[in-house]
Design a protein around this ligand. Structure first.
Ligand code: SAH
Length: 399
């Protein structure tokens, strides 16, 4: 694989230029939102960095399983994109919300391999491929780029591939106009740009639960509508016509009650664990009341409706997959397995939330204690089979 040229560069300066590109309502929108937000911990949103026991890199098996499930969707969309664009000489692909860890390069290597193998099969010259890895500036890009060597090994064909880091929010412009051919994002766009206002009535709960007022659902839905529409609008400016986008996110099954979440929903279990700390006098109730997740799990219909309304993309396919945070029913019939799977799920949720929890609670909270409680609550729900959470996989074509 010697002839493959890989260049890793975190182009921080680029972002400045991009921001000039897109003054606009988008930029004003994000600034205003940030200023007005009372949930300051949201600016700490990033997965736990490094390679340690509690890092995202070590605890992202769920996201890895999801990536292996969507492989066919990626392969098909990549091939169709190449054919419809008549085999461009230079291809620019972006992974949005790439995080830090082995998953970062999984999808990218599948896309690059598909392009190179497909070009060979079709007797076409292999293109030069620009792979752009995006995440928020607080992401541990140093750890991300440590996986470059293993990425190199995953490439099955010779070809030219250039890797760069693009720090910035995907709710703003990140790339020049009409420059992207393929966009991928796994398990990232369920994160909102902010916690919506108006959640005060729902105390001691970090997210929507069955006992939330309807206004809470409306506030979260409204924020998702604004964010997802902005996301689509930004990408529509950046992508070439007939470019492809594959988005995978956490969603929920359609039920009559938009507030319904199953009893073992991961945010419900986090709320329960925080409540335990309040009851034990380890943390104050008022502090817990002001910790809310910047997250929304849309239904298939909510996603479809927003894509249609925004109008720049055609829906190629929208699939719904089961969601499993790491404990299957078979694993959980025995007590030791229950405990172990509880710990796995706790570690996964910890890797995603620890930076925000620490930003909000500071020294007032003992993270180990909190996630021991979480693991216990998971083990109590190990035999629950009714789940509201699903994984949504949507593939889009830029009109
Ligand atoms: N795609 C990776 C990581 C998923 S974790 C995987 O499959 O394992 C979600 C990632 O989205 C985190 O790294 C988080 O920092 C990033 N993220 C959340 N909101 C973002 C935003 N507005 N802009 C860019 N990245 C964002």
């Amino acid at each position: 694989m010697d002839s493959i040229s890989l260049r890793a560069k975190a182009i921080l300066a680029r972002q400045v230029n991009h921001e000039c590109d897109c003054k606009s309502d988008n930029e004003n929108y994000s600034d205003d939102e940030e200023r007005s937000s009372k949930y300051r911990f949201v600016s700490a949103l990033s997965m736990s960095g490094g390679n340690g026991d509690n890092s995202y890199s070590t605890n992202s098996l769920l996201q890895k399983r999801v990536l292996s499930k969507i492989k066919t969707v990626l392969v098909e969309n990549t091939k169709e994109m190449m054919t419809n664009l008549d085999f461009p000489k230079c291809i620019k692909i972006a992974d949005l919300g790439c995080s830090s860890g082995p998953n970062t390069f999984l999808a990218i290597s599948q896309i690059v391999n598909t392009i190179n193998v497909f070009c060979k099969e079709c007797n076409q010259n292999q293109p030069e491929i620009d792979c752009c890895l995006n995440d928020l500036p607080s992401n541990d890009f140093n750890t991300t780029f440590q996986f470059l060597t293993s990425f190199n090994k995953k490439l099955t064909q010779e070809g030219s591939c250039f890797v760069s880091g693009i720090p910035g929010s995907f709710y703003s412009r990140l790339f020049p106009r009409k420059s992207l051919h393929f966009v991928h994002s796994n398990y990232s766009i369920h994160f909102l740009s902010k916690v919506p206002d108006g959640l005060e009535k729902n105390k001691m709960s970090v997210y929507i639960t069955s006992s939330s007022p309807l206004s809470e659902y409306k506030a979260y839905l409204n924020q998702f509508q604004r964010d997802f529409t902005t996301f689509l609008r930004m990408r529509s400016e950046e992508m070439v016509s007939n470019g492809r986008m594959v988005l995978t996110l956490i969603g929920r099954n359609t039920t009559d009650d938009p507030l319904y979440r199953d009893c073992c929903h991961f945010w419900t279990l986090l709320s329960k664990s925080l409540c335990d700390l309040v009851f034990e006098g380890l943390v104050s109730a008022s502090k817990v009341n002001t910790f809310k997740m910047p997250f929304y799990d849309p239904t298939k219909e909510e996603v479809t409706d927003l894509i249609r309304k925004e109008g720049s993309f055609q829906i190629n396919d929208l699939e719904t997959h089961g969601f499993d945070l790491g404990h299957s029913i078979e694993d959980c019939s025995l007590q030791p397995h229950r405990v172990k799977s509880g710990q796995k799920e706790a570690s996964c949720i910890r890797a995603v939330t620890e930076t925000m929890l620490v930003a909000h609670f500071g020294d007032a909270i003992n993270i180990d204690t909190l996630f021991n409680k979480y693991a216990f609550h998971v083990s109590q729900h190990a035999t629950c089979t009714v789940k509201t959470t699903v994984t949504l996989v949507v593939s889009l074509i830029r009109s």
